[in-house]
Design a protein around this ligand. Structure first.
Ligand SMILES: O=C(O)CCC(=O)C(=O)O
Length: 203
C-alpha cells in the first residue's frame, strides 16, 4: 500500500541549524492513516510509567513509554534499562516507511505517550553510547500537536521551535545529538494525548 504520494514528500522543511541535520516532513502519513496508527497504538501498547533518576534524585517519568525492537537490543537512558518487546505489525508497517526515506535500518522504537499537556520530555540529547556517533533518529508524531524545541549546546540562547503535527516525521541526523539538545515542554493549551515514536539503531 502506498501510504503517501511523492508530491507530499516534496513538502519538507530543512531546519538549517549549524552543526545539525534536521528535516521535517509535515504530512509524512495521511490523516486517515495517522488516525488509524494513533488509535491502534494507544490501545494495543503496553504503556508503562518508569521512575527515572536525574542527578541522584528519583522521579516518576512525566509520560508513559514502551520499547519494541529486535531481541537483545536493550536501551538504557536516565538510569532506566528497557528490554524490547517484539515489533508489532503496525510498528513494522511504520518502520518500513521511515526506513525508505531515511535509508537506515532501525532495530528499536521507543514509544512515548503524553497523556495531556502536563506530560513532557525534558532537555536531553539522544547520545547514548549504544547509538554510536551521529545517530539517525526518525521521530513520528501522532495525535495532538505539540511544540518541540532544539537548542545548541554552544549557544544556549538560540532556541528553535517547531510544531510537530499529526502524521509528521522529524528526521535528526549528523551532528544533531552531539551539538544540540531537544525537549517537549509542558503546555496548558493541550488536554488530549500525543504518541511519539523514535526509531533508533542500537549497535
Ligand atoms: O516526543 C517527542 O517528540 C520527543 C521524544 C524524545 O525526545 C525522545 O524520546 O528522546
Amino acid at each position: 500500500m502506498n501510504l503517501f504520494s511523492s508530491e507530499e514528500h516534496k513538502n519538507l522543511i530543512n531546519l538549517n541549524l549549524l552543526g545539525a541535520d534536521v528535516t521535517y516532513y509535515p504530512n509524512f502519513f495521511s490523516k486517515k492513516i495517522a488516525d488509524t496508527y494513533f488509535e491502534t497504538l494507544l490501545i494495543e501498547t503496553n504503556w508503562q510509567q518508569d521512575d527515572i533518576t536525574i542527578f541522584g534524585k528519583t522521579y516518576k517519568q512525566p509520560r508513559l513509554t514502551a520499547l519494541h525492537g529486535e531481541e537483545g537490543k536493550s536501551y538504557t537512558y536516565s538510569g532506566i534499562t528497557m528490554r524490547p518487546l517484539p515489533f508489532t505489525s503496525v510498528l513494522k508497517e511504520i518502520k518500513k516507511e521511515v526506513e525508505k526515506i531515511s535509508e537506515v535500518n532501525f532495530n528499536v522504537v521507543l514509544l512515548n505517550l503524553y497523556r495531556d499537556g502536563q506530560d513532557s520530555n525534558g532537555w536531553h540529547s539522544d547520545d547514548e553510547k549504544e547509538l554510536g556517533k551521529n545517530p539517525v533518529i526518525a521521530s513520528v508524531s501522532l495525535g495532538v500537536e505539540r511544540t518541540f524545541h532544539l537548542k545548541s549546546k554552544d549557544d544556549k540562547e538560540s532556541k528553535t521551535s517547531i510544531i510537530l503535527q499529526h502524521g509528521s516525521l522529524l528526521l535528526m541526523r549528523g551532528g544533531t545529538q552531539e551539538n544540540y539538545k531537544h525537549q517537549l515542554p509542558k503546555t496548558k493549551k493541550v488536554d488530549s494525548p500525543r504518541i511519539n515514536l523514535t526509531f533508533r539503531t542500537i549497535k
